[in-house]
Write a protein that binds this ligand. Structure first.
Ligand code: HMG
Ligand code: MG
Length: 287
């Protein structure tokens, strides 16, 4: 029986590199994105236009975008927090942008200095003015490092607000990697009828080693889009305890030839950043 294709959105250059204690040289970031462009992804999140005071690791977003070699058929995405970020991103010509908010008040305050309602008001104009399609992230959709378990009731209105303002795709974040497959089911059983499985990406971090089980459960419920980072790098500087995204290698292992990703090219891309991370990365062929 032929299985549906699975899309992996590579978020390593943004979610991966935003949390590294060392600033990675711009040359290395450009080489990393260029190598990822040859791996078979149709979308790569390249960097973010957030305040460099908040995330100095990605202060060179404009230069990275200027210098990467864009491969036809690959969408190069940028994370944008506000209208100032949208203005900075304009010159970089991303193919898509991503806005972000959270289902937890405390995390939102720590991450973007805004309540949930304030963040929705702030990103509304960004979505409406964006010349390119917009993805909307909902962080802490299962657990918050400050508030603990987040119930689906708190996630649904945030997701709905992002769809109502015009986001074409939602990415549902297990920001601190604490979700269980049953918690994933509890949310998706509510969210899929509202939004449609084809518009939902799942964004798992792997702190407790459950990310692939969570991806498997999501796929069983009809989800076909997953975020991952080459080598499992990453985390969120404002979510204590958050480790890396699920490794792209782990999802390629899980989904096999339902994905379009080339193993050898992925390992070569991971190896480009590995020496700069000061620790081991996940994934079978690195570390
Ligand atoms: P603020 O301090 O409340 O904002 O930060 P502000 O408007 O008062 O601005 C403060 C200063 O930053 C001002 O400069 C602004 O001009 C400047 P000053 O007058 O002090 O010289 N500024 C900017 N500069 C460049 N680009 C901008 C920008 N905006 C303001 N876009 C703000 C509010 C949202 C800006 C800040 O909190 C911020 O940038 N936060 C981002 C934090 C972040 O990037 N976190 C990680 C990404 S989210 C994540 O990882 C989760 C995800 O992976 C999914 C998951 O795992 O759940 C997506
Ligand atoms: Mg993340």
């Amino acid at each position: 029986m032929k299985m549906d294709p699975v899309r992996i959105v590579e978020v390593g250059p943004r979610d991966g590199l935003q949390n590294e204690p060392e600033i990675i040289p711009t040359d290395v970031k450009v080489a990393f994105v260029d190598a990822l462009s040859g791996c078979g992804f149709d979308e790569i999140e390249v960097s973010s236009f957030v305040s460099p005071k908040w995330v100095p690791q990605l202060a060179d977003a404009a230069e990275v975008f200027r210098r990467i070699a864009r491969k036809p058929g690959v969408s190069y995405m940028a994370l944008v927090p506000n209208e100032a970020g949208l203005a900075r991103a304009a010159e970089a010509r991303p193919d898509r942008i991503a806005v972000f908010t959270a289902a937890s008040e405390t995390f939102n305050r720590k991450n973007i200095n805004a309540s949930i309602v304030e963040s929705i008001e702030r990103i509304g104009p960004v979505v409406r003015q964006s010349p390119v399609p917009v993805r909307g992230y909902v962080s802490t959709a299962f657990h918050c490092p400050y508030e603990g378990r987040i119930q689906p009731e708190a996630v649904i209105p945030v997701a709905q607000a992002l769809v109502d303002m015009g986001c074409v795709e939602l990415s549902i974040g297990d920001t601190i990697g604490k979700a269980t497959p049953d918690e994933v089911s509890a949310l998706l059983e509510r969210l899929i009828p509202l939004v449609g499985a084809n518009r939902i990406a799942m964004h798992f971090h792997d702190t407790f080693g459950r990310a692939t089980a969570n991806a498997e459960r999501s796929a069983a419920l009809g989800i076909r889009i997953f975020d991952a980072s080459a080598g499992g790098i990453g985390g969120c500087p404002y979510a204590p305890g958050a480790t890396g995204n699920v490794a792209t290698q782990a999802l390629v292992t899980l989904f096999g030839n339902r994905t379009t990703i080339h193993w050898a090219a992925l390992d070569r891309a991971s190896a480009i950043v590995h020496p700069y991370l000061g620790r081991s990365t996940a994934g079978p062929a690195v570390g």
